[in-house]
Design a binder for this molecule. Structure first.
Ligand code: FMN
Length: 369
């Protein structure tokens, strides 16, 4: 049988009926107080259960890991219960779901931090960007990001433990696995990239040292839930939130090599033409080389995302560039995206004004065919 976008693939002991996955998408609609997934979130994920795999929106592993208003967590009993309903609804529709685990590091605000503390980071460097907070009146607003607190070694260990605990919670909530969010300028990416990591201890300096936290987190999560249930998302060459690396081939090549040894469920790469949540046509000329290098070094299942349409996705699978393609914005607007692609139906256009926060509008009201 030839491999194409509509051929099945085995991942994590599960059979995906095709290769059209739903990318992780923050939608900032968790029930308040407590950042708990509620009934509206259950409906949203259930509607999209025909994806080969749903990767949930980024979900904070701890209160310290939150950086934006109304994003869900996986560190309280109520949150675990809420996610149970989501996983059950997706499974009832025959779907598969991994939870994306998130610690934002420096992309946060004291209003989210325990005791109003400063957000934490590999180094105390200013952050080029803003985050979305809730002001004193309870309204959502853009908030300035303060210069973060540099993590000392005693501060790093509990974060690794929080990742492992969160992974256990995700599995106990019925998730089929977890995806470690190591991209988009959040904590693990801040350690990986030389631009944001000026440390001189074992977590800074060389590519190997900067990759250390990601690998320790990966190992802790693998020990907690088993490597076949663990995926990792990376955004090599990404520039969102002040990222940049002095030797990306070496850094990401080393990471791919190391992750390969761990026999994970998959590696997930985002095309650098996507900066955060927007398309940027200035594709980095080094990308094709890095992509080829990582494909060679990581011999397991590879997911790609970022700016794909049906034709590009078909080409990516046919050419062996990747094994699975994840779609972000198309899945926001098309809950039945795999069917539309398979049957050649036109797509609904996503409404950007309802991406983050709000009610069912632009969330659960996109029509199916
Ligand atoms: C509204 C929105 C929220 C997003 N949230 C996340 C997220 O929580 N975690 C993540 O890794 N990427 C996130 N992304 C990036 C997407 O996963 C994806 O890589 C990006 O949208 C490019 O894919 P697309 O061109 O198919 O939309 C988000 C993108 C959008 C548009």
């Amino acid at each position: 049988m030839t491999t194409d976008l509509f051929s099945p693939i085995e991942v994590a002991g599960l059979t995906f009926p095709h290769r059209i996955a739903m990318a992780p998408l923050t939608r900032s609609r968790a029930t308040q107080p407590g950042n708990v997934p509620g009934a509206m979130n259950v409906t949203y994920y259930q509607q999209r259960a025909s994806a080969a795999l749903i990767i949930t929106e980024a979900t904070q592993i701890s209160q310290q890991g939150q950086g934006y208003a109304w994003t869900p967590g996986i560190h309280s009993a109520e949150q675990i219960d809420g996610w149970k309903r989501v996983a059950e609804a997706v499974h009832n529709q025959g779907g598969r779901i991994f939870m994306q685990l998130w610690h934002v590091g420096r992309v946060s605000h004291p209003s989210f931090q325990p005791n109003g503390a400063l957000p934490v980071a590999p180094s105390a460097l200013p952050v080029p960007g803003k985050t979305f907070i809730v002001d004193e009146l309870g309204n959502g607003n853009w908030g300035e990001i303060p210069v973060p607190q540099e993590l000392d070694l005693a501060g790093i260990r509990p974060i690794i433990d929080d990742y492992a605990t969160a992974a256990r919670h995700a599995i106990s909530a019925g998730m089929d696995g977890v995806e470690i969010h190591a991209g988009n300028g959040y904590l693990l990416d801040q350690f990986i990239n030389s631009e944001s990591n000026h440390r001189t201890d074992q977590y800074g300096g060389s590519s190997q040292n900067r990759a250390r936290l990601l690998l320790e987190v990966t190992d802790a999560i693998c020990a907690a839930v088993g490597p076949s249930r663990v995926g990792v998302r990376l955004t090599p060459l990404g520039r969102f939130m002040g990222m940049g690396d002095e030797a990306p081939e070496e850094t990401f090549g080393y990471i791919a090599e190391q992750l390969n040894e761990r026999k994970l469920a998959y590696l997930h790469l985002v095309e650098p033409s996507v900066v955060g949540t927007s398309l940027d046509e200035n594709t980095d000329p080094r990308w094709d080389g890095i992509m080829a290098l990582l494909r060679k070094k990581f011999t397991g299942t590879l997911i790609v995302a970022g700016g794909y349409d049906l034709q590009k996705a078909k080409d990516a699978i046919a050419s062996g560039r990747a094994d699975i393609v994840a779609f972000g914005r198309p899945f926001i607007a098309n809950p039945d995206l795999p069917k539309r692609f398979a049957d050649g139906h036109p797509l609904n256009e996503p409404d950007q004004t309802t991406f983050f926060g709000g009610d069912a509008r632009g969330y659960t009201d996109y029509p199916t065919i």
